[in-house]
Structure formats: structure tokens, C-alpha cells
Ligand binder design. Structure first.
Ligand code: ATR
Length: 285
């Protein structure tokens, strides 16, 4: 079903992020920055909703006065189930991260895949000129968005995951020439990958090591991480030291927020240096 276009310039619109816990969510900083910059008369709030209350909360959401909101852990699947209409990308990913209300109905989508692509288009223009094999590490929620996005641009994702059954599940869902592999295969899969995307939590400070020798990568391979704390993960640090192109995970976070803001407040915001600096300060602070 077609999803309605954004309502333009909703004066005084209210939006929120729904999670449990929700104190650490960074989306209030992002949308707060854009509200300041645009001078729009809108608000963006944190709303903590316990798992046993999410169903009733979302049922009442169209009457709550909110124009929409973001959904974060652990409610993205519940949001998918609660929507009256869901965009196909969110159904494929199995999670809704962006809601909006229109005519008393609740609509949902997932903006992670478009955020991933918009970030690469902006920071590594031409990255998809010659699509081919891609190596995706991990098969969780973030990997689903990445695999969908890569297939859109003609890449064939090879998904390496510790729990190979999860990778096989992605291949069944997305097809598109994707293939599932055990975690141990990652080094052997690296040699012809045009792009490497780490979607595992390895790389976050103190979690562990991806265990890849990047000398096995093509010289023109693009190395990307979904992790953005720290901004420069060990993987990106290593890639840079071998002279490989890198893209960090922060840009995806910023770009995935754009469609929601545009829908609720009626203006398309830009991901500028000031926004990046504000979030970097928060990460490092
Ligand atoms: P997200 O929604 O952020 O993707 P997730 O669904 O918890 O989070 O997925 C985390 C990913 O990191 C999974 O692919 C997980 O592998 P499993 O599916 O085998 O659990 C991967 N991961 C986490 N810790 C890992 C580790 N120590 N070694 C290898 N992979 C790991």
C-alpha cells in the first residue's frame, strides 16, 4: 500500500523517541540540533515505555498528539506489529524505527538502510560504480538493513556470522545473490570484496577483535563500520594504516534520522559539520 507523503510544515509538531531505557538515545541530540538550526517550532522528547506497556502505548499513539517518533531498543519489532501500514523495507528488515501518524492511522518504516546508503553516497561518492561481492560481518538487526541496502545497489553480500543459521535466515529473506558463511570464513571471503561492512559489536571499546588481516583485501576496497563508539574503531584504524578507504559509523546514524524529521516537521534537514561535531562531542564527552 502507498504511504502518504509528508505533511509540510507542521507548526508546533511534537515527536519523540520511544525506548526502554531511553536515556542513552542520541536521537534527541540530532533532532534538537535540527530544530535549533531550522528555527521550527517543534519538540522532540524521550519517552520511556516498559516492554509490558508498549502494546497499549502504541495503540493509543495516534491519539497522543505526537506527529510521530523514533523507536529504539527493545521496541522495534513491537512497532512493526502495531502499525496500520508498514513500508516494504521495514517489513523485510523486520523492524520499524520511524513512526508517523496520519488521519488517525499509524505508519512505520525503517530508515537504517537508506541512512547507510546516503552516508556512503555523501562520504565516498562513486563507491557503488562497480558493484560486486560485498563482505558483511554479522547477521543481527543492523546487518539486515545493510544487506537490503547493498542488494539495492547491485552488490552480492556474503554474510559471515558466528551463528550461521542467522546468516542463512537473511539469505532466505533477501535473496539477491546473498550467501551465508560461518564466521571462520571471513578471511577467505575478503580478497574479492568491494566493500566490507562490520555490523557486529566487535570494535566497540573493550568488546574484542574482529580478527581480520586486511592485507588480504583489494586495494580499492571500502572498509566501513556500523559501530561509532569509538568513532575510529580498531578495524578502521587498521584499514587506514594499510592505505584503505574507510567510512565510520556515525554518518549512518545521522542520515537515518533525516526522513523522520522531514515527515514530522515538514523540512528536510541536512547532515552538516556542526551536527557531526555535536554528536562527536557527546560520544567523546
Ligand atoms: P544489532 O541489532 O546491533 O545488529 P544483534 O542483533 O545483537 O545487534 O547482533 C549482533 C551481531 O554481532 C550478531 O551478528 C552477533 O553474532 P551472533 O548472531 O552469532 O550472536 C555478532 N557478535 C556479537 N559478539 C560477537 C563475537 N564475540 N564474535 C563474533 N560475532 C559477534
Amino acid at each position: 500500500p502507498a504511504v502518504s507523503p509528508p505533511a509540510a510544515g507542521r507548526f508546533g509538531a511534537r515527536a519523540c523517541v520511544i525506548g526502554w531505557p531511553v536515556d542513552h538515545a542520541r536521537s534527541p541530540l540530532i533532532h534538537g540540533y535540527w530544530l535549533d538550526r531550522t528555527g521550527l517550532d517543534g519538540t522532540y522528547e524521550r519517552v520511556a515505555v516498559a516492554p509490558n506497556e508498549i502494546h497499549a502505548f502504541l495503540e493509543r499513539f495516534p491519539e497522543s498528539g505526537y506527529a510521530g517518533g523514533n523507536v529504539t531498543v527493545p521496541h522495534k519489532e513491537a512497532a512493526l506489529a502495531a502499525c496500520d501500514e508498514v513500508e516494504p523495507v521495514a517489513r523485510a528488515i523486520g523492524a520499524v524505527n520511524t513512526l508517523w501518524v496520519d488521519g488517525g492511522k499509524l505508519y512505520g518504516t525503517n530508515t537504517d538502510a537508506l541512512g547507510f546508503l546516503a552516508n556512503l553516497d555523501e562520504t565516498a561518492p562513486g563507491w557503488d560504480k562497480e558493484p560486486g561481492p560485498a563482505l558483511v560481518l554479522g547477521a543481527g538487526g543492523a546487518a539486515r538493513a545493510v544487506v537490503w541496502a547493498l542488494i539495492q545497489r547491485g552488490f552480492r553480500p556474503k554474510i559471515a556470522n558466528r551463528n550461521v543459521a542467522r546468516a542463512e535466515d537473511l539469505v532466505r529473506t533477501f535473496g539477491g545473490g546473498s550467501e551465508a558463511y560461518p564466521w571462520e570464513a571471513r578471511q577467505a571471503l575478503l580478497w574479492d570484496a568491494r566493500i566490507l561492512v562490520n555490523t557486529t559489536s566487535l570494535g566497540m571499546k573493550g568488546i574484542g577483535d574482529i580478527g581480520l588481516d586486511l592485507r588480504g583485501a583489494r586495494g580499492d576496497a571500502l572498509i566501513t563500520d556500523i559501530v561509532y563508539v569509538p568513532l575510529v574503531t580498531d578495524l578502521l584504524d587498521l584499514a587506514t594504516s594499510w592505505g584503505l578507504r574507510t567510512v565510520d559509523g556515525l554518518g549512518m546514524l545521522l542520515h537515518q534520522a533525516v526522513p523522520g524529521f522531514e515527515r514530522w516537521f515538514g523540512l528536510r534537514p541536512s547532515v552538516d559539520a556542526g551536527l557531526r561535531a555535536r554528536i562527536v562531542a557527546d560520544i567523546e564527552g
